[in-house]
Design a protein. Structure first.
Length: 115
Protein backbone atom coordinates (compact mmCIF):
# COMPACT_ATOMS: atom_id res chain seq x y z
CA UNK A 1 0.00 0.00 0.00
CA UNK A 2 2.89 2.30 0.78
CA UNK A 3 4.43 1.44 -2.58
CA UNK A 4 1.16 2.16 -4.30
CA UNK A 5 0.93 5.50 -2.53
CA UNK A 6 4.54 6.32 -3.47
CA UNK A 7 3.88 5.32 -7.08
CA UNK A 8 0.73 7.39 -7.06
CA UNK A 9 2.67 10.38 -5.69
CA UNK A 10 5.39 9.90 -8.34
CA UNK A 11 2.75 9.72 -11.05
CA UNK A 12 1.11 12.89 -9.76
CA UNK A 13 4.49 14.67 -9.64
CA UNK A 14 5.29 13.51 -13.19
CA UNK A 15 1.87 14.68 -14.36
CA UNK A 16 2.43 18.11 -12.74
CA UNK A 17 5.87 18.33 -14.35
CA UNK A 18 4.49 17.32 -17.74
CA UNK A 19 1.69 19.81 -17.32
CA UNK A 20 4.17 22.54 -16.38
CA UNK A 21 6.37 21.69 -19.39
CA UNK A 22 3.35 21.72 -21.69
CA UNK A 23 2.23 25.06 -20.25
CA UNK A 24 5.74 26.43 -20.79
CA UNK A 25 5.75 25.21 -24.42
CA UNK A 26 2.34 26.75 -25.02
CA UNK A 27 3.50 30.05 -23.48
CA UNK A 28 6.68 30.06 -25.59
CA UNK A 29 4.68 29.32 -28.75
CA UNK A 30 2.21 32.09 -27.92
CA UNK A 31 5.07 34.54 -27.32
CA UNK A 32 6.68 33.55 -30.62
CA UNK A 33 3.40 34.00 -32.52
CA UNK A 34 2.84 37.38 -30.86
CA UNK A 35 6.36 38.50 -31.83
CA UNK A 36 5.85 37.37 -35.45
CA UNK A 37 2.53 39.22 -35.59
CA UNK A 38 4.18 42.37 -34.20
CA UNK A 39 6.96 42.11 -36.81
CA UNK A 40 4.41 41.72 -39.64
CA UNK A 41 2.46 44.68 -38.29
CA UNK A 42 5.64 46.79 -38.15
CA UNK A 43 6.56 45.78 -41.72
CA UNK A 44 3.07 46.73 -42.90
CA UNK A 45 3.32 50.07 -41.09
CA UNK A 46 6.76 50.74 -42.61
CA UNK A 47 5.46 49.86 -46.08
CA UNK A 48 2.42 52.12 -45.65
CA UNK A 49 4.64 54.97 -44.45
CA UNK A 50 7.01 54.51 -47.41
CA UNK A 51 4.09 54.49 -49.87
CA UNK A 52 2.64 57.61 -48.26
CA UNK A 53 5.98 59.40 -48.52
CA UNK A 54 6.35 58.38 -52.16
CA UNK A 55 2.83 59.64 -52.87
CA UNK A 56 3.56 63.12 -51.50
CA UNK A 57 7.17 63.44 -52.59
CA UNK A 58 7.83 65.05 -55.96
CA UNK A 59 10.28 63.04 -58.09
CA UNK A 60 13.71 64.66 -58.36
CA UNK A 61 13.31 65.03 -62.13
CA UNK A 62 10.39 67.41 -61.53
CA UNK A 63 12.08 69.59 -58.93
CA UNK A 64 13.41 72.90 -60.20
CA UNK A 65 15.17 75.45 -58.08
CA UNK A 66 14.43 79.06 -58.97
CA UNK A 67 13.59 80.12 -62.49
CA UNK A 68 15.27 78.11 -65.22
CA UNK A 69 17.47 80.18 -67.51
CA UNK A 70 15.71 80.97 -70.77
CA UNK A 71 17.29 81.27 -74.14
CA UNK A 72 15.32 83.15 -76.74
CA UNK A 73 15.77 82.33 -80.41
CA UNK A 74 14.26 84.79 -82.84
CA UNK A 75 14.49 84.86 -86.61
CA UNK A 76 14.95 88.17 -88.38
CA UNK A 77 11.57 89.56 -89.40
CA UNK A 78 11.01 89.60 -93.12
CA UNK A 79 9.55 92.95 -94.23
CA UNK A 80 7.22 91.41 -96.82
CA UNK A 81 3.49 91.35 -96.18
CA UNK A 82 2.26 87.92 -95.09
CA UNK A 83 5.71 86.78 -93.94
CA UNK A 84 5.78 84.82 -90.70
CA UNK A 85 7.96 85.66 -87.76
CA UNK A 86 8.90 82.74 -85.52
CA UNK A 87 10.34 82.85 -82.02
CA UNK A 88 10.61 80.29 -79.27
CA UNK A 89 11.93 80.19 -75.75
CA UNK A 90 13.80 77.14 -74.57
CA UNK A 91 14.40 75.91 -71.04
CA UNK A 92 17.02 73.31 -70.16
CA UNK A 93 15.76 69.98 -68.87
CA UNK A 94 16.73 69.16 -65.29
CA UNK A 95 20.11 67.37 -65.16
CA UNK A 96 18.59 64.44 -63.29
CA UNK A 97 16.38 63.50 -66.24
CA UNK A 98 16.32 59.89 -67.39
CA UNK A 99 19.29 60.19 -69.73
CA UNK A 100 21.11 62.62 -67.46
CA UNK A 101 21.68 64.97 -70.40
CA UNK A 102 21.04 68.69 -70.58
CA UNK A 103 18.86 69.35 -73.56
CA UNK A 104 16.72 72.26 -74.65
CA UNK A 105 13.06 71.69 -75.19
CA UNK A 106 10.61 74.26 -76.53
CA UNK A 107 8.45 75.62 -73.75
CA UNK A 108 6.86 78.59 -75.50
CA UNK A 109 6.37 79.09 -79.23
CA UNK A 110 5.08 82.33 -80.76
CA UNK A 111 4.24 82.70 -84.43
CA UNK A 112 2.96 85.98 -85.78
CA UNK A 113 2.31 87.28 -89.27
CA UNK A 114 3.93 90.55 -90.34
CA UNK A 115 1.45 92.86 -92.14
Amino acid sequence: AAEAAAAKAKAAAAAKEASALEAQRVAERAAKLAQEAAEREQEAADKAEKEALEAVTTPASQIRTGSPPREEVELEPVPQAGAARFSEQRSPVNASSAAGKLESVPTEVHISVVR
